[in-house]
Design a protein around this ligand. Sequence first.
Ligand SMILES: C[S@@+](CC[C@H](N)C(=O)[O-])C[C@H]1O[C@@H](n2cnc3c(N)ncnc32)[C@H](O)[C@@H]1O
Ligand SMILES: [Zn+2]
Length: 429
Amino acid sequence: MGSLYPTTLSSSFHPKTLILTNSSQNPTRKPFNFRPVTTIASNSHYETERGFQFQIGDTFFRHESATGRDLGVLAAAIHKKSNGNLRVLDAMCGCGIRSLRYLAEANADFVLANDANEDCNGVIVSNLLSVSSEEDVRWKVSHSIANRVLAERYVERDLFDFIDVDSFGSDSSFFRCAFDTVKLGGLLYVTSTDGFSSGGHRPNHSLAAYGAYIRPLPYSNEIGLRMLIGGAMREASVLGYYITPLFSYYSYHGPVFRVLLRLNRGKPPHGIHYRFIGYCESCGHSQAISWDKLGQMKCPCESDVPDSLVVSGPLWTGPLHCASYLTEMHTLAGEWGWLGDGVKNDLDKLLRRMIDESDPSLPFGYIQLDEIASRAKVNSPRLATIMSVIQQEGYSVSRSHISNNAIKTNCPMSECIRIAKEIQTLPES
Ligand SMILES: C[S@@+](CC[C@H](N)C(=O)[O-])C[C@H]1O[C@@H](n2cnc3c(N)ncnc32)[C@H](O)[C@@H]1O
Ligand SMILES: [Zn+2]
């Protein structure tokens, strides 16, 4: 793609310094590539989510993605409360359920609901009409490929506070345009559904999509999140920006890896967490490997088993979440009556677990209790028991939102093995 900067502007021009909120402020803005409102698809049937009834017609829709939508809406609502504005670009909107919820629940000032498939038009329009009329100009519908709609808005200097790209597979081609089109301090909510890449089964593919050569690791579902954040981080840095993950969410339906990133200009205040990850198959020890240590990689166990050190990366090795943002989301979810409401994917449990995982002393990855048991040659320890002993010994430990039978801890694998053996000898309580 050629440069998106208008040629008449000086090279020091920075598009994000000019933020326009409505067309009356920008008489040169070209119209969106909008379709007129069409009639409602006759084969639509209705679905309900968080009390909203909407049509799905023949669009792609999954109930299982409701938690990802809840998290996006909570984050967007917090952004609106703290910034006063919320302009959302829902780049792959399907039936428009997210757009509907950003309008109705996050109180977005404006949502551009885009889906490349023109056949979605009637369903999207009808769903958005249930929130506000066309005359209110709180939403528009367009049917371009995501990169085109993002690039067009960028060229028009029509930037957004929140961009949601709910893509399939390992599509990362929109990162550059999305970073151009989100405001500084704004949020980008992105997705990967490529479980083969995160599992280390397509290293050349993950290298092409996210710039990370991923090999099989025991905590592959966390690797999927780190691969996605790392790929986004690299693209942001090309433009002179850095990103902060506000939350990272893995769901086994799909699987789906979703991350919410905040965009800022300059260098990250706490350094760049963009390194390699080494896992020793001999002893189970994991380590982060910095770029200047690439020639000296070895496991402290000095295993003589050939090729026992499995190295993946580069990827994001920093925190998966921002605890304070998650805490605000949890509080808001409580105010909205979303906690403990008996919904199967209990949001309360999920958010609490993500907050626990945000402890900065916890390293990347998680340890499956079955791996500890197998290395210790004992039965799998009870989760609560091993967590309590690890904590008593002065280490940090939490559960993982990704795996029910795993822990995140800075306790080395060798110590976890010793503890598992000792627990085995304790009398049953
Ligand atoms: C995962 S579905 C979206 C689901 C929707 N966001 C939801 O929460 O129900 C992905 C959508 O992206 C659309 N799509 C696929 N490739 C696209 C592209 N390059 N640009 C825009 N839309 C695209 C598809 O038509 C599909 O409706
Ligand atoms: Zn080792």
